[in-house]
Design a binder for this molecule. Structure first.
Ligand code: MN
Length: 241
């Protein structure tokens, strides 16, 4: 199984979760929200075979931490994975919208100058701005739009731009999320949890909960959960090359 967007460092006991994951054999992309948390997590993950750590600067933190983008860019040469990055257009973040856009552009430019990275991207209420930024910066690498919640029209544009999508239990529990997932190309989908932010039955989602997303995708694709799981693993291999 694959959890392509999980905030391992924000669980109460990251070391315990990492040990648990080593036993279950789930592949995890551990996204981070600041360069500092990337440094900590990177140290914890040195021995890990299946957990990779992405360097990020969460759009909700850009208002206070925009200067840290230079640190992010400097550290990007040390990893193939970047995230969580992106733009959030929620009303409470409106004052930092332009700054978020500049920071995201900076990250994409750096990604491009380093030959292309794999990016886990946040686009809540900002899909047009995120897609504009991606199309302005060819060569950035591969974009994985995490928990995409734009319109059907925005989804079509994302597909045209060759984006990938990571979908989780929380998204697939909603009618709108399911309708979007139905239109996403089967070969461009990965699973995620966005734990511990996203919850499942009132409890922070853990990587093991991607099984719920696999079952939902199996129903959408009209295949068995095992076939869905194999498809996602194949997609993952294709993405990482
Ligand atoms: Mn997240």
């Amino acid at each position: 199984m694959i959890d392509f967007h999980c905030h391992i460092d924000l669980f109460p006991d990251p070391s315990a979760l990492i040990k648990e994951l080593e036993v279950t054999g789930i592949y995890v992309l551990a996204v981070t929200t600041t360069p500092k948390s990337w440094g900590h997590l990177q140290t914890l993950l040195q021995q890990s075979k299946r957990i990779r750590c992405a360097i990020g600067l969460h759009p909700e933190l850009v208002a206070e931490r925009s200067r840290e983008v230079e640190e992010v860019c400097a550290l990007m040469s040390e990893t193939r994975y970047v995230g969580e990055v992106g733009i959030d257009g929620s009303p409470n973040l409106r004052s930092s919208f332009e700054l978020q856009r500049e920071v995201f552009d900076r990250v994409l430019k750096q990604s491009s100058s380093l030959g292309g990275k794999i990016l886990s991207i946040h686009s809540r209420r900002a899909a047009p701005a995120v897609l504009d930024a991606l199309s302005d910066q060819p060569g950035y690498g591969s974009a994985v739009l995490h928990w995409f919640s734009g319109t059907q029209k925005e989804l079509l544009r994302a597909i045209e731009l060759d984006c990938w999508f990571s979908v989780g239990p929380a998204m697939l529990c909603s009618e709108k999320g399911r309708l979007l997932a139905e239109k996403m190309p089967m070969h461009k989908i990965l699973t995620e949890t966005d734990g511990p932010f996203a919850q499942l039955g009132g409890i922070p989602a853990k990587p093991i909960d991607v099984s719920v997303a696999e079952a939902a995708l199996a129903a959408i694709w009209k295949v068995s959960p095992k076939q869905a799981s194999e498809q996602i693993l194949q997609n993952f291999r294709c993405l990482i090359g």
